[in-house]
Design a binder for this molecule. Structure first.
Ligand code: IMP
Length: 519
C-alpha cells in the first residue's frame, strides 16, 4: 500500500515514500499458491536495494543439521560426476561432493578415503619401488605415469623405511637396464618431518632445488610426498569444507538395498561425513526403516534422505530422523522419469513446498536437478533451498570421471543418468528398485556435455555470479534471504512465455555466449 506523507515545510511540498510499505510483485506464498507446477524459468525475483558490493555477500549455508559449508553447491552421486577428484576439488573450494555408489564397496570406500586423506600439496599414495627393482621398472613407471622421481623404501611399500630416491638424472646415462635401483639411487635425502605445514614444506622444497620432498615420520617411514611441479597449485583454500580434524568433507551415496548395509559400514570406517540415501522416490517403507536404523547405529553421521517432492513425503522422512532432504523427481537434465512414470513434480514447486515444512523442523532442503545456470542457483536458494545439487553443470569439468573426446570439433565428456540402461547395466539400478527386475525400464538417458575446464575456474565463476544476484536482490546472505522469503519481503513475479523470450538474447543475427570472463 502506498503511504504518502505530504508535509509543508518553509513553503515546499516534500513527498516521502515509506518504501517498507510498498510491496510490488507477489510473495513466495502467492507465487506457489497456483495449482500449476512451476520451474525456475517460470518466475523472477524482483530487485531490492543495493548498499554493498558482491564481495560482502556470504554464501555460507547449512546442508544438514550438523554440516555447514561456504558454497551452496553439492555434486551429484553419479558415475560421470563424482569420484575423489571432484569431491576433493569441490571441498577445497567450499562445496561438497557425494561419491557415487555405482561401484563395488571397496571402490567407493577407497574413493572416500582419498578425499578424507587428502592434504593439499601432499601426495599420500605415491608410486614406490624397492632397492631390488631395476631401471627397467623405473622406465615402466615413467611410461605409465609420466614422471620419474620415485621414492625408494626397503620393500617398496609405505610400511618400510625410506632409503633413497631415483630421478631422471640418476638413470639418464645407464645402459644396463637390468641394473638394480640400489646401485643408482640417491641416498643423500632432504626430507621434512610429518606435521610440517604447507607453507614450510613449500619453502624447504624451493630451497632444496630438488624435484621431490619426502615427508617422513619419527621412524623414517614415508608419510607423503610433495612435488616441485605442484608448487604453484599448493595454494591455501580458506573456504574449504573440513571436519574437526581438518580433513576435507566427503559425502557418499548408499541405497536402501539390504546389500548396502556393508557398504555403509565400509564408508563409515573411512570417515564419511554425510550419507546420502540415493533413491528416485524416497517415500518408501525401505527408506523410513533405513533412516531409523542408520540414526541408531551411527548417530554422529548426518543422513540426507530423498528424493522427495511433497510436504507429506518431507514430513515422513523428517520424522524418521533425516538430517537433510534431497528434493527432485524428474527435473534432471538426463531424466525421463516424469514422462515415463507420469509421476514427479515441477522442481520449483517441489523445492518451495518441501522447504516450507522442513524449515519448521530445522532440516535443510537441497534442490537436486534441473540447475542450468547461475540464475537457477539463486532462484532455488530464494525459494527455500539451502543448497543446490548439480550433475550436468559439473559433468564437463576436468574433475569429473571420464576422458574428453571430440565430436564435430567440439570437446565433450560423457554424462549419463543413473537410470539409463547403460548405468543400470553397470550397477545403478538400486536407486530405482530395479536391480532384481528382469525387464528394466530406463528413467534416464546417456548423453554428452561440453568441456567446462576445471572446477577451480568454473566454481568461482558460479559463486561470483550468485553473489551478484544477491546484490541485485539487496540481500547479503542465505539466512537473510530465507527470512525475507518467509516474511514476504522478498518479492517475485511470474513470467509469461513472452517475458521469458524477451529475458533471453533475441533479435540478433548471431552472437557469442562468453562463459567465464576474466579481467
Ligand atoms: P542435473 O543436474 O539436471 O543433470 O540433474 C542431476 C540429478 O538428476 C541427480 O542428482 C539425480 O537426482 C537425478 N538423476 C540422476 N540420474 C538420473 C536418471 O537416470 N533419471 C532420473 N534422474 C536422474
Amino acid at each position: 500500500m502506498y503511504h504518502i506523507l505530504i508535509r509543508l515545510t518553509t513553503g515546499f511540498y516534500f513527498f516521502s515514500y515509506h518504501m517498507e510499505h510498498i510491496k510490488d510483485g507477489i510473495s513466495g506464498r502467492e507465487l506457489f499458491q497456483s495449482r500449476e507446477g512451476l520451474t525456475y524459468k517460470d518466475f523472477l525475483t524482483l530487485p531490492g536495494y543495493i548498499d554493498f558490493v558482491p564481495d560482502e555477500v556470504s554464501l555460507q549455508t547449512k546442508i544438514s543439521k550438523n554440516i555447514q559449508i561456504h558454497i551452496p553447491v553439492i555434486s551429484s552421486p553419479m558415475d560421470t560426476v563424482t569420484e575423489h577428484k571432484m569431491a576433493i576439488g569441490l571441498a577445497l573450494i567450499g562445496g561438497i561432493g557425494i561419491i557415487h555408489s555405482n561401484n563395488t564397496i571397496e571402490d567407493q570406500a577407497r574413493e572416500v578415503e582419498r578425499v578424507k586423506r587428502f592434504e593439499n600439496g601432499f601426495i599420500h599414495d605415491p608410486i614406490l619401488l624397492s632397492p631390488e627393482n631395476t631401471i627397467l621398472d623405473i622406465l615402466t613407471v615413467k611410461g605409465k605415469f609420466g614422471f620419474s622421481g620415485i621414492p625408494i623404501t626397503e620393500d617398496g611399500t609405505m610400511k618400510t623405511r625410506l632409503v633413497g630416491i631415483v630421478t631422471n638424472r640418476d638413470i639418464d646415462f645407464e645402459k644396463d637396464k637390468k641394473k638394480k635401483i640400489k646401485d643408482v639411487m640417491s641416498t643423500q635425502l632432504i626430507t621434512a618431518e610429518q606435521g610440517v605445514s604447507l607453507a614450510k614444506a613449500n619453502d624447504i622444497l624451493k630451497d632444496s632445488k630438488k624435484g621431490k620432498l619426502p615427508i617422513v615420520d619419527k621412524n623414517g617411514l614415508l608419510v607423503s610426498l610433495m612435488c616441485r611441479s605442484d608448487l604453484i597449485k599448493n595454494k591455501e583454500y580458506p573456504l574449504s569444507s573440513k571436519d574437526n580434524s581438518k580433513s576435507l568433507l566427503a559425502g557418499a551415496a548408499v541405497s536402501t538395498h539390504p546389500g548396502d548395509r556393508d557398504r555403509v559400514e565400509a564408508l563409515v570406517e573411512k570417515g564419511v561425513d554425510l550419507l546420502v540415501i540415493d533413491s528416485a522416490q524416497g517415500y518408501s517403507s525401505y527408506q523410513l526403516e533405513f533412516i531409523k536404523t542408520l540414526k541408531k547405529k551411527y548417530p554422529a553421521i548426518d543422513i540426507m534422505a530423498g528424493n522427495i517432492v511433497t510436504s507429506q513425503q518431507a514430513l515422513a522422512l523428517i520424522e524418521a530422523g533425516a538430517d537433510s532432504l534431497r528434493i527432485g523427481m524428474g527435473p534432471g537434465s538426463i531424466c525421463i522419469t516424469q514422462d515415463t512414470m507420469a509421476c514427479g513434480r515441477a522442481q520449483a514447486s517441489a523445492v518451495y513446498h518441501t522447504a516450507l515444512i522442513a524449515r519448521k523442523h530445522n532440516v535443510p532442503v537441497i534442490a537436486d536437478g534441473g540447475i542450468t545456470n547461475i540464475g537457477d542457483i539463486t532462484k532455488a536458494l530464494a525459494i527455500g533451498a539451502a543448497s543446490v545439487m548439480v550433475g550436468s553443470l559439473l559433468a564437463g569439468t576436468q574433475e569429473a570421471p571420464g576422458e574428453y573426446f571430440y565430436e564435430n570439433g567440439v570437446r565433450l565428456k560423457r554424462y549419463r543418468g543413473m537410470a539409463s540402461l547403460e548405468a543400470m547395466e553397470a550397477g545403478g539400478a538400486k536407486r530405482y528398485f530395479a536391480d532384481d527386475q528382469k525387464i528394466r525400464v530406463a528413467q534416464g538417458v546417456s548423453g554428452t556435455v561440453m568441456d567446462k575446464g576445471t572446477i577451480f575456474d568454473f566454481l568461482p565463476y558460479l559463486v561470483q555470479g550468485v553473489k551478484h544476484s544477491f546484490q541485485d536482490m539487496g540481500i547479503k546472505n542465505i539466512t537473510k534471504l530465507h527470512e525475507e522469503l518467509y516474511s514476504e519481503n522478498l518479492r517475485f513475479e511470474r513470467r509469461s512465455l513472452a517475458a521469458q523470450v524477451q529475458g533471453g538474447v533475441h533479435n540478433l543475427y548471431s552472437f557469442k555466449k562468453p562463459i567465464i570472463g576474466t579481467e
